[in-house]
Design a protein around this ligand. Structure first.
Ligand code: CTP
Length: 416
């Protein structure tokens, strides 16, 4: 059970204000005490009653209500986290200027906890130098400003500026609560390629060989790295219907060969490669062009001959050694291990780190419903320099943030 925390959800006045209701519901359902602080303009889009019913707490926008309780100071002081969703261009500007002309901006001034802004506005406003500067200032001051999603905006136009999905906002909110500190914005200018999910090796037009990877850990890696400022391309195999992370370029692939080709295409441009995908080691030697039929008796049952797929991770390490990836500074592999008669999980993982030649290896023990398809994980982080660290059990987003801490530290030492 999650520890009950005090979360303030600020809601600014944009059409996406109605989506804040889902964020509030997700945070209250996780067991937290949520207080909603809308701006006056937010209340023109969605009624206070909705937020009162969802949060179970009174909803005020001004500083002259409940004055004896000094809410303009107390709400911010006592919060464990402030989430502003949606954060409009105007709200970001007022936050930067340190205004306190309503309860939400006063709360932002008095909060000493992590503050997360989920922007939503028209593309022109998001790209305007004023907003760009405001976002940079807020990030420099330690606030977390999410990248907005791209897609359909109000009216017929499309572009960057959509509020990230409620689930992305609450996932990030939980990460900040779990970490207890803000996420550093320390990967600006770093280009990252992440692979995630499982590959599917076609047998015939309707069948394939797949695996149990859900893509959750890899998606969490992409999301956290983008949040920390990296320019992220995510090569996604099959996943359990995950939402494309906001602010990330997503390339969807099917088979191991397609994933390999996508990695070969993007690897020369990037500084970091994170191979979280579960890449099939084998594929059917022949792809049947027609559906394989079940004959009248077992005598005609097919045998599927398998051939080996390329090892994408080992291939990237080789390419770097051969000087073909001069921009590549860190290559991170993942290992799902069960242990066997020859040795335990770590024994096999250490051998795999050497065999693959990557800089960091994230190790998960699998089996007994661990690692695959679930939302939580744990494991170890092994470095090529021999350092080993255990990662405590936590959400896949928290684990991702610990792995990214290690990648960022690795980049700092390799730069310095
Ligand atoms: N990997 C890869 N290409 C493959 C297989 C695996 O790039 N054809 C990468 C995975 O993305 C992961 C790492 O290699 O980062 C380890 O994957 P894993 O399946 O644990 O290792 P294998 O090389 O398949 O070794 P084994 O089957 O012996 O466990």
């Amino acid at each position: 059970m999650t520890e009950r925390k005090r979360i303030i959800v600020g809601v600014a006045g944009g059409i996406a204000a109605y989506k804040a209701a889902t964020v509030v519901r997700q945070l209250t359902e996780a067991g937290h005490s949520v207080r909603v602080v809308p701006t006056e303009s937010a209340l023109r889009f969605i009624g206070a009653a909705t937020f009162e019913a969802l949060s179970g707490n009174p909803v005020r926008a001004g500083v002259f209500e409940d004055v004896h309780e000094v809410p303009h100071v107390r709400i911010g002081q006592s919060a464990d986290l402030v989430v502003v969703a949606p954060a409009t261009a105007d709200l970001l500007a007022r936050a930067v200027a340190g205004r306190a002309d309503d309860l939400l901006t006063a709360t932002l001034l008095t909060a000493r906890c992590p503050v997360l802004f989920a922007p939503a506005m028209h593309t022109e406003m998001w790209l305007h130098p004023a907003t760009v500067d405001n976002v940079a200032t807020l990030r420099r001051r330690g606030s977390i400003v999410m990248e907005p999603a791209s897609g359909r905006l109000t009216g017929a136009d499309t572009g960057a500026g959509r509020l990230p999905e409620a689930e992305e906002i609450s996932t990030l909110a939980h990460l900040l609560l779990d970490r207890g500190d803000a996420l550093p914005y320390d990967l600006a200018g770093v280009k990252v390629l992440v692979t995630a999910g499982g590959t599917r090796e076609p047998i015939d037009p309707v069948r394939f060989i797949g695996n149990r990877s859900s893509g959750k850990q890899g998606f969490a890696m992409a999301r956290v790295m983008a949040q920390r400022g990296a320019e992220v391309t995510l090569i996604a195999g099959n996943t359990a219907g995950l939402i494309d992370p906001a602010g990330v370029d997503v390339v969807h692939v099917g088979s191991a060969a397609q994933l390999r080709d996508a990695v070969s295409k993007h690897a020369p441009d990037v500084n970091v490669l994170v191979m979280a995908a579960a890449v099939a080691d084998f594929r059917p030697a022949h792809l049947a062009t027609n559906k394989i039929k079940k004959g009248p008796d077992a005598a005609g049952d097919p045998t599927i001959e398998l051939v080996r797929n390329d090892d994408v991770l080992a291939g990237a390490v080789r390419a770097r050694t051969d000087g073909q990836l001069p921009n590549m500074k860190a290559i991170v592999g993942f290992a799902a291990e069960t242990g066997d008669a020859n040795g335990d999980v770590l024994f096999h993982a250490r051998a795999k780190l050497k065999r693959k030649g990557c800089d960091l290896l994230v190790v998960n023990a699998v089996g007994d419903n661990r690692a695959f398809e679930v939302d939580h994980n744990d494991g170890w982080l092994l470095s090529a320099d021999g350092t080993e660290a255990a990662m405590e059990h936590g959400s896949k987003t928290l684990i991702a943030s610990r792995i990214v801490d290690a990648i960022a530290a690795f980049l700092r030492t390799s730069d310095g």
